[in-house]
Design a protein. Structure first.
Length: 272
């Protein structure tokens, strides 16, 4: 019997690449997104259910889980992929924008996880894969909100590992580096207020560096999809997986350096 994966944020990037990989390998895929009516590729596959799920809308989460269970009878894996990056000086963000970042990247992830756990608990099996980032283990300037959410994903995932392991449910954390997705486009919320003049040197340095950080060193989304596949199928209790050569290099450097040295390197890289 084919296994089933539910993926949030499956309309583009990592989510779509993972949906395509799993369906080609015989899995059933519940490909969820905020606007399923715009999807023209995934709904051509017999083993893919394209349905609406907005991680900030509890009713849509519940409906998507119910639809997936009705169609395929089980949810063996949840991939919490939906999210975006908010960057900029903290003072430039409204409280509504701050809440939206955490509601999407953290609360939405928890809500979706909570919705599938009763089914996995009853089945005494399953895996939950949370897309974090190297930005959940290290930071860049102006990433207070984004890094805050990804550090949260790291902590909540590690803690969930303890409480779910005895139930037969595995937790996996995937930490990509720079990936050629729309992170720099619609999945990127950069806010600035030029009247906050004191922050502008840092803003300009980061904007100049982001092209390099998200450009030539970036991996394809398929690289992350391959790591998700490994995390789901390797049969181990391994908790964390990096995705992308740059991610491995950044994490090696972060682990080798103390805070002062690492932060000094980042500042030097940006000319701050």
């Amino acid at each position: 019997m084919s296994k089933t994966i539910l993926i949030t944020g499956a309309s583009t990037g990592i989510g779509k690449a993972t949906a395509k990989l799993f369906q080609t390998r015989g899995w059933n895929v519940i490909a969820t997104m905020r606007s399923p009516d715009k999807e023209t590729e995934l709904n051509a596959f017999d083993n893919v259910l394209v349905t609406r799920l907005d991680v900030t809308d509890q009713a849509s989460i519940d409906a998507a889980v119910a639809a997936g269970l009705e169609r395929f009878g089980a949810i063996d894996v949840l991939l919490n992929n939906a999210g975006y990056g908010a960057y900029g000086p903290l003072e430039a963000f409204s409280m509504d924008s701050i809440r939206r970042q955490f509601d999407t990247n953290v609360i939405g992830l928890l809500a979706t996880t909570k919705a599938v756990l009763p089914h996995m608990r009853a089945a005494k099996s399953g895996a939950i894969v949370n897309i974090s980032s190297i930005g959940g283990k290290m930071t860049f300037p102006l990433g207070t909100l984004y890094h805050g959410t990804k550090f949260a994903v790291e902590g909540l995932s590690e803690a969930l590992h303890y409480e779910l392991e005895s139930l037969g449910i595995k937790i996996k954390i995937v930490e990509p580096g720079a990936i050629r997705t729309d992170f720099g486009g619609r999945s990127f919320d950069f806010q600035n207020d030029e009247s906050l003049s004191e922050y502008q040197p840092t803003v300009h340095a980061m904007l100049q560096a982001m092209g390099d950080l998200l450009g030539e060193n970036a991996s394809e989304a398929s690289v992350v999809a391959d790591v998700v596949w490994t995390a789901v199928t390797d049969g181990t209790a391994q908790l964390r997986y990096t995705a992308g050569d740059d991610a491995a290099e950044y994490m090696k450097n972060r682990d080798a350096l103390d805070d002062e040295a690492f932060i000094g390197n980042v500042k030097g890289l940006l000319g701050l």
